[in-house]
Write a protein that binds this ligand. Structure first.
Ligand SMILES: NC(=O)c1ccc[n+]([C@@H]2O[C@H](COP(=O)([O-])OP(=O)(O)OC[C@H]3O[C@@H](n4cnc5c(N)ncnc54)[C@H](O)[C@@H]3O)[C@@H](O)[C@H]2O)c1
Length: 323
């Protein structure tokens, strides 16, 4: 099969392209390179530079490459920026998806995998977040992902499109240093930035109702996440009429303090963290139940926290070589 991977020049998309091609599928990348990097697209994988908002260009790409399924990762993903620029986020993430889906249904492409996020849950007050936990996003980014899920599901039902919405928890790590996340928006690169700058990493709030008082999250290695896309894509192709919504996490909570301690140990730094006030909108605990994806796709994460930190550190050193 040939899969159009939108956002395939991005951090996660490039890992999905890698996993797909290693699994023997054909991949075509569709990316506007707004945050993507063309060098991430491997030799032999066509790159179509265009926006998902450009329906004609999408339609041509689907036809030219005889695409039989789409994995849609292209989106804007910064929570803080989405609060400042909600119109931009709704335009890119929801309108961009609508235009893409119109082209996909017009071309009768039968399978569609959508990148969603644990941000759809907002501030869940449960030990383990299942797919039945109410979705109450608390920022425009999370809203665009939830609206996207609705749009994908409704289109699937109306047009006979097999669909899967994959709700990623906290993604970290890299397959190779070249594919590392170049942004500094998540805890792992944020801590690297502080440590290498000679500053102590910061903990935002240590008075949460968690075992060590700091927020608890569920981290997933990007290589495991990419494998889950291959499993989902193949399932959709094999079973027309499928409509899946799946958490992708490990089901293991890691506190901010433990994460920082482990990063210090692995990188050889010894700067203890300082404690800053809580940030608004940070839930105490967000940990996935990964039972449904295990049952539906026989998928299970293979990598642990140390693999994520070690690989991300190698990627960081490549991007920020030390004198
Ligand atoms: N990184 C995370 O922790 C995380 C967590 C949950 C969900 N997600 C979702 O995963 C997806 C990929 O995230 P990422 O971390 O790889 O981000 P990224 O910014 O590295 O990748 C996004 C890619 O999409 C492209 N793009 C953006 N808007 C586009 C448009 N309108 N048309 C065509 N291309 C466009 C960018 O150029 C980039 O290559 C996003 O949908 C994001 O919301 C990410």
């Amino acid at each position: 099969m040939t899969w159009l991977i939108t956002g395939g020049a991005g951090y996660i998309g490039a890992h999905v392209v890698r996993a797909m091609t290693e699994a023997g599928e054909r991949a075509v990348v569709y990316d506007d390179l707004s945050t993507g990097i063309s060098e991430r697209v491997p030799d032999g994988v066509p790159l179509v530079v265009g926006s998902t908002l450009d329906g004609e260009r999408v339609a041509r790409a689907l036809k030219d490459h005889a695409v039989s399924g789409v994995v849609h990762l292209a989106a804007k993903k910064q929570v803080g920026e989405s609060v400042e620029l909600p119109l931009h986020y709704y335009h890119e993430n929801v309108e961009g998806l609508r235009v893409l889906l119109r082209a996909v249904t017009a071309a009768a492409v039968p399978s569609f995998v959508f990148s969603s996020s644990a941000a759809v849950y907002g501030m869940p007050d449960v030990g383990l977040v299942t797919e039945e936990t109410p979705c109450v996003p608390i920022n425009p980014y999370g809203e665009t992902k939830l609206a996207g899920e609705w749009l994908v599901r409704a289109t699937g039902r109306a047009h006979g499109l097999s669909t899967a919405s994959l709700r990623y928890f906290n993604v970290a790590g890299t397959a190779t240093p070249e594919l590392a996340d170049a942004g500094v928006f998540n805890i792992v690169p944020m801590v690297f930035e502080k440590l290498t700058g000679g500053e102590p990493p910061r903990i935002f709030g240590d008075d949460y109702a968690t075992p060590d008082g700091t927020c608890v999250r569920d981290y997933i290695h990007v290589v495991d996440l990419a494998e889950a896309h291959v499993a989902a894509a193949r399932r959709l192709a094999a079973a027309p009429g499928t409509d899946l919504t799946l958490n992708i996490g490990r089901g293991e909570g890691v506190s901010v303090r433990r994460m920082i301690d482990r990063i210090n140990e692995i990188t050889g730094y010894t700067l203890p963290p300082t404690v800053a006030p809580r940030r608004p909108g940070d839930p105490a605990r967000v940990v996935a139940s990964a039972d449904r994806i295990a049952a539906e796709l026989a998928w299970k994460a293979k990598y642990g926290l140390d693999d994520m930190i070690t690989s991300a550190w190698e990627g960081w050193l490549r991007l920020h070589p030390r004198a």
